[in-house]
Design a protein around this ligand. Structure first.
Ligand SMILES: C[S@@+](CC[C@H](N)C(=O)[O-])C[C@H]1O[C@@H](n2cnc3c(N)ncnc32)[C@H](O)[C@@H]1O
Length: 232
């Protein structure tokens, strides 16, 4: 199994098989819509100009979720220099480690951490994020869900170290975060992978509203867990 950094240094979605691109695209859209809603609520409650709202996209990769944060004053951090080079923006990119963030205490209003904590020591990472957040600052986490109904671990295809987390892992830490929002999404059965990409695309189009319904019925049992936590 490859080291996490080596794995992501050579991560190139353009080389993935078509079925995988369709599925990643589908999951990213679900995540995007969920986080857009969450961020809007957070920002509306802050009463601040977008440009005064300081955001850290921690483990930003090549910027798949850039459109979520482009209107704010956002710093993009990742451990992989290669991925940062692929990220289309020129400024505000930092090569660094979530376990030792190169920022002062109490800096950010919001930290996003999308599909990163499953690859690292999540408690150390949460401590670091807590340190760099302002008091009452928000952390939004998306992570592979250990309590998922579908026991297909998303990263199994990639042979990379990952440890799915459960809601309890966040609830039971002694780090001063209050969980203010919890949901999950992505109820796609692995069997869909066998369909040829043309059909897969059509199936996924119709699966999207169903996924939203399943998220309401089977609360917190989707393959991705979404949390919004506030620094106390
Ligand atoms: C699954 S990708 C997610 C990328 C992006 N957040 C997204 O959702 O498209 C995981 C990312 O975490 C980054 N990463 C892994 N370990 C890290 C660490 N210790 N510090 C910072 N970033 C890390 C990887 O380089 C990779 O870009």
């Amino acid at each position: 199994m490859k080291e996490v950094k080596d794995f992501y240094d050579s991560w190139n979605p353009n080389n993935f098989p078509k079925y995988m691109k369709c599925i990643i695209n589908f999951a990213d859209k679900l995540i995007f819509e969920e986080l857009k809603k969450l961020i809007k609520t957070i920002v509306n409650n802050e009463n601040k100009d977008n440009k005064d709202f300081l955001v850290l996209d921690c483990g930003c990769g090549y910027g798949a979720f850039y459109n979520l944060t482009k209107d704010f004053n956002t710093i993009y951090l990742d451990i992989s220099l290669n991925l940062l080079k692929k990220f289309k923006i020129k400024e505000r990119k930092v090569c660094g480690n979530i376990l030792n963030l190169p920022f002062k205490d109490n800096t950010f209003d919001l930290v996003l951490c999308i599909n990163v904590l499953e690859h690292v020591d999540y408690l150390k990472s949460l401590n670091e994020i807590h340190r760099v957040l302002k008091n009452n600052g928000h952390l939004i986490v998306v992570v592979v869900n250990r309590d998922s109904l579908i026991k297909e671990e998303i990263f199994n295809d990639f042979k990379i170290f990952h440890k799915p987390l459960s809601y309890k892992d966040f609830e039971e830490t002694n780090i001063n975060f209050k969980i203010v929002y919890l949901s999950s999404l992505y109820y796609l059965p692995p069997i869909f992978k066998i369909f040829p990409p043309v059909f897969l695309k059509i199936i996924l189009k119709y699966w999207k509203p169903l996924d939203k319904r399943l998220s309401k019925i089977f609360k917190n049992r989707g393959q991705f867990l979404v949390l919004n936590m506030v620094k106390e």
